[in-house]
Design a protein around this ligand. Structure first.
Ligand code: C5P
Length: 230
C-alpha cells in the first residue's frame, strides 16, 4: 500500500452537494473516503457512496452500528450490497458476531470501534466503565480478533500496544492532527507521522483537510508526512 492509499478522508459535510464539491477539489490526492452519519442522515450519503465507488474510490461507511443482533445483522446485510470496503460497528461481542453474519458472502470488511477517540479515562468512568481507555481498547481488540473481524478503530496511542500484543487486525486510527493543529473534540490525538510509526494501517482525517483553506494542499502535505514516517 502506498501512503496515499492509507489516507481516509472523513467526508463530514452537511449535504451531498457540499461533499461532492470537496471531492472535486481533492481530485486524485485522495483515493479513500469515509461517509458517516451526518451525510447519510442528511440524505444522499449512500447514493454518493455508490457513485464514488463507481468512479474507482474506496468507501468506508461509518455508521457505528450497535443494536440487538437481529437489527445489526439486517442493517449490515443492506450495507453489504453497496460495494463499500469498510463498515464500523461498536466492538461489543454480540454486535460484532451479528454484523459478521450480515456481511457473509460480501466483500465488506467490518471494523470494531473500540473506544471513541473523543473519550479519555474520565469520560469512560463517567459512563460507568471499570476500564481505562488503554485497557478497554486492548480487551475489545482481542475480542474483535477472536470473533473474526477484519480490523478495529482505535487511537494511534493504542496502536503500538496492539501491535506489541501481536494483533494482526487492520488498525484504523482517527484523532489525527498535524503538529500544532486544533484538536477540537478529539482527546486521544496523534500526528500523521506518529500514527504511522506506531503501526496504524489507515489514518482517518476530517477537519484538518476538509476545513483547510486549501484541502488538496493539506491532503498532499499529510501524505508526504506519512511517506516520510513509513
Ligand atoms: O474531523 P476529524 O479528523 O476529527 O474527523 C474524525 C472522523 O473520524 C469523524 O468522522 C469521526 O466520526 C470519526 N471517528 C472518530 N473516532 C472513532 C471513530 C470514528 O473520530 N473512534
Amino acid at each position: 500500500m502506498t501512503p496515499r492509499d492509507r489516507l481516509i478522508v472523513a467526508l463530514d459535510a452537511p449535504s451531498a452537494d457540499a461533499a461532492r464539491a470537496l471531492v472535486a477539489r481533492l481530485g486524485d490526492s485522495v483515493t479513500f473516503y469515509k461517509i458517516g452519519m451526518e451525510l447519510i442522515y442528511g440524505g444522499g450519503g449512500l447514493a454518493l457512496a455508490e457513485a464514488l465507488i463507481g468512479e474507482g474510490k474506496r468507501i468506508f461507511i461509518d455508521l457505528k452500528l450497535h443494536d440487538i443482533p437481529h437489527t445489526v445483522e439486517r442493517a449490515t446485510a443492506q450495507i453489504a450490497t453497496l460495494g463499500a470496503t469498510f463498515l464500523t460497528v461498536h466492538a461489543y461481542p454480540q454486535t460484532m458476531r451479528a454484523a459478521l453474519v450480515g456481511a457473509a458472502g460480501s466483500n465488506l470488511k467490518l471494523l470494531g470501534v473500540t473506544v471513541l477517540t473523543s473519550a479519555d479515562d474520565a469520560d469512560l468512568a463517567e459512563a460507568g466503565y471499570a476500564f481505562g481507555a488503554r485497557a478497554l481498547v486492548a480487551r475489545r481488540a482481542a475480542q474483535a480478533e477472536a470473533i473474526g473481524l477484519a480490523g478495529v478503530v482505535a487511537s494511534a496511542a493504542e496502536a503500538a500496544t496492539l501491535r506489541a500484543e501481536g494483533r494482526r487486525l487492520t488498525l484504523v486510527c482517527p484523532g489525527i492532527r498535524p503538529a500544532g493543529g486544533d484538536a477540537g473534540d478529539q482527546k486521544r490525538v496523534a500526528t500523521p507521522a506518529r500514527a504511522i510509526a506506531e503501526g496504524a494501517d489507515y489514518l482517518v482525517i476530517g477537519r484538518p483537510i476538509t476545513g483547510a483553506a486549501e484541502p488538496r494542499a493539506a491532503a498532499e502535505a499529510i501524505v508526504a508526512e506519512m511517506a516520510a514516517a513509513a
